[in-house]
Write a protein of this length. Structure first.
Length: 255
């Protein structure tokens, strides 16, 4: 009997408009760079070792930064290409240990392939198909596949207090090292309304300015998670459903 075919892991994104892309794509790039640099700089301050996700193109810069501050840096792996690695934001990235850090303990939530980890984190009750969640911006893992995340490992939930503490520490470190603006953009993105859904092995994540799809464990019916946001972003698309801004209504014409 042949084994069931599964597609290779992928993550593909698209923008609501070219103007939204021109505005937010460089901001996201700056936020990713700031997170990589701050992972080193926080360790240099004595904050303890940590595991971080580094983009391959950033490795030379981060290695120089670590050397300048006397921080040890070593690669742990090149991120296995599977659905949960995509969900954790590690596809096409390097997992590295910074400072005196033990090898990361495998996250058990990633090893249970019968359902997407996002669905587990949402705390869905039996029989539910849609769940609404809330919590601190730093505990939001929904945008991790495109590199917008505070930490590489899964939080305990959307209201994870440890993740919230790491977010506060990241903001404080950004202030000390001149990265306030870039981390502010990360915080903004992770505070937006986001709609996540999964069906037949494909997860779709929609924000007011961009969307992406990725592989996920297959499900026979639609699963959906809505994370209510604190504010709409500049350049948000208008639409009839969540998470988009309400469409503008035209004034009625005079008879």
């Amino acid at each position: 009997m042949m084994a069931a075919w599964t597609p290779p892991a992928f993550c593909r994104s698209s923008w609501a408009s070219e103007s939204a892309r021109a505005l937010w794509e460089p901001r996201f790039r700056a936020a990713r760079t700031a997170c990589e640099d701050l992972a080193v700089l926080q360790v240099a301050e004595g904050a303890g070792g940590r595991v971080a996700v580094i983009r391959p193109a950033s490795l030379a810069r981060v290695t120089r930064l670590a050397a300048d501050h006397g921080v040890a840096l070593r690669s742990l792996d090149a991120a296995p290409a599977n659905a949960h690695a995509v969900a954790a934001g590690r596809l096409g990235r390097l997992l590295v240990a910074i400072g005196d850090t033990a090898l990361p303990i495998p996250d058990p939530i990633e090893d249970r392939a019968e359902v997407d980890p996002v669905w587990r984190l949402a705390g869905a009750v039996a029989g539910a198909a849609t769940v609404s969640v809330a919590g601190d911006w730093a505990a939001n893992p929904l945008l991790a596949p495109v590199g917008l995340v505070v930490q590489p490992l899964w939080p305990s939930g959307f209201d994870c207090p440890d993740a919230a503490a790491r977010g506060a520490a990241l903001v404080a470190a950004a202030g000390r090292h001149g990265r306030e603006e870039a981390i502010g953009w990360l915080r903004a993105a992770l505070s937006w309304p986001v709609a996540w859904s999964a069906l037949h092995g494909i997860a779709e994540v929609k924000t007011p300015v961009f969307r992406f799809i990725r592989t996920t464990p297959p499900t026979p019916g639609v699963l959906a998670v809505r994370r209510e946001g604190a504010a709409m972003p500049e350049g948000a698309a208008r639409g009839l459903g969540f998470p988009f801004a309400a469409p503008r209504l035209s004034a009625p014409r005079a008879a």
